[in-house]
Design a binder for this molecule. Structure first.
Ligand code: CS2
Ligand code: MN
Length: 363
């Protein structure tokens, strides 16, 4: 397991590269060029500048999260071909800079969605919270009105301008079913995966978060059966999964340990975090510790150890603790604690007495 840490870039993140370097065992940042709109080609000079900046702190840039997919690709519009071409050009440049894994998602309109970014956890910390009834009984056009009226509903994965397009995006998705989305995903994979194979890149789709349809928009990367179907759409080692235990774990029926075993050789990237799911379907993000949430993090790390996982992992969202002011879910402290918990589980799973010490005594 190679450990990484998401970093949003200079001026865009409260965490610094020097801080990341001091977290034990972190070798890579997980990064993106967040200001470039989905569908546009990334400039090589900016990719190389980022690589040099990370290297100056002893960090690699092997994992990109995300190169976002233009909505026209998800909608299957004729304009998708030009956007897919741009996507492949970006992949070529990333490969030139040494990138090994590209994470992306195929969620229509929204990325991850929460109703409260600073929900009290009960111990003085706050965390991301999802209140099911606030999302699921809402008409999307009413939602657009709420967001425009400055509600606390937020779309953290996306550029703010997206809000102004929301109504027309909903309109465009009218009549787009899950089966259409599967077809559009296959069309994308059939173009992109052969390029990935040539470039030595592994593509890694991120599950939908939460893993069920919202606002009548289809969502398909939601659980084990659908992940199996996804992998079969284009059967290649370059077509893989970002197995996110927190996204999938919002549905307690998801058996994440089972997925790690079943999809072992198709997981280039692991997001490991916990959530606590309540009986009414609401959930809050917790510390990474198994006992604090509903997801069996200890079992998950043990499963990765059992399969000899040598891909990249990162802690995912953290709580906001010790009064840290940071991007929602992306502070330094709780994610660093998460990493030490993950390493603790990992090291304990493979523990052997250090042989070097014994050799030292031999003569
Ligand atoms: C989220 C997502 O759960 C997560 O990792 O932060 O925004 C994720 O980065 C994207 O869905 C990946 O494309
Ligand atoms: Mn994730």
């Amino acid at each position: 397991m190679k450990m990484s840490f998401r970093w949003f870039g200079e001026g865009n993140d409260t965490v610094t590269l020097s801080q990341i370097r001091q977290i034990p065992g972190v070798t890579d940042i997980v990064w993106s060029l967040h200001d470039i709109p989905a569908g546009e080609e990334w400039p090589l000079d900016r990719i190389l500048a980022l690589r040099d900046q990370a290297a100056a702190h002893g960090l690699g840039i092997n994992v990109v999260e995300s190169v976002n997919i233009h909505e026209d690709i998800k909608l299957g519009l004729p304009s998708r071909d030009a956007y897919i071409e741009n996507y492949i050009k970006t992949m070529e440049k990333l490969a030139q800079a040494g990138v090994k894994v590209i994470c992306y998602n195929f969620m229509p309109v929204f990325d991850w969605l929460r109703t409260d970014l600073h929900h009290p956890s009960g111990d003085g910390s706050t965390a991301l919270f999802y209140e099911k009834s606030r999302i699921e009984n809402v008409d999307p056009f009413e939602l657009v009105r709420q967001i425009n009226a400055n509600s606390t509903l937020t779309m953290p994965g996306w550029e703010p301008e997206r809000l102004s397009h929301l109504a027309s995006l909903f309109e465009a998705y009218r009549g787009v079913t899950e089966e259409h989305l599967w077809d559009h995903l296959k069309y994308f994979l059939d173009k992109v995966i052969p390029a990935a194979e040539t470039l030595g890149i592994r593509m890694a789709i991120h599950p939908d978060d939460p893993p069920w349809p919202i606002f009548g928009l289809p969502r398909i990367i939601t659980g084990q059966d659908n992940l199996r179907r996804f992998l079969a759409l284009h059967d290649s080692p370059a077509n893989g999964i970002t197995l996110c235990s927190g996204s999938l774990g919002a549905n307690p029926a998801n058996d994440i340990v089972g997925m790690i075993h079943e999809f072992a050789d198709r997981i280039p990237f692991a997001h490991i975090r916990n959530v606590k799911v309540f009986d009414n379907g609401d959930f809050i993000e917790t510390s990474h510790r198994t006992q604090d949430g509903t997801v069996d993090i200890a079992g998950i790390v043990r499963a990765y150890h059992d399969i000899g996982f040598d891909g990249y992992a990162r802690p995912d969202h953290g709580r906001h603790i010790w009064d840290e002011q940071c991007r929602p879910g992306y502070g330094l402290y709780d994610r660093a604690l998460g990493i030490m918990y993950l390493w603790g589980l990992w090291d304990a799973a493979g523990y052997r007495a250090p042989s070097a010490a014994k050799e030292g005594h031999a003569s």
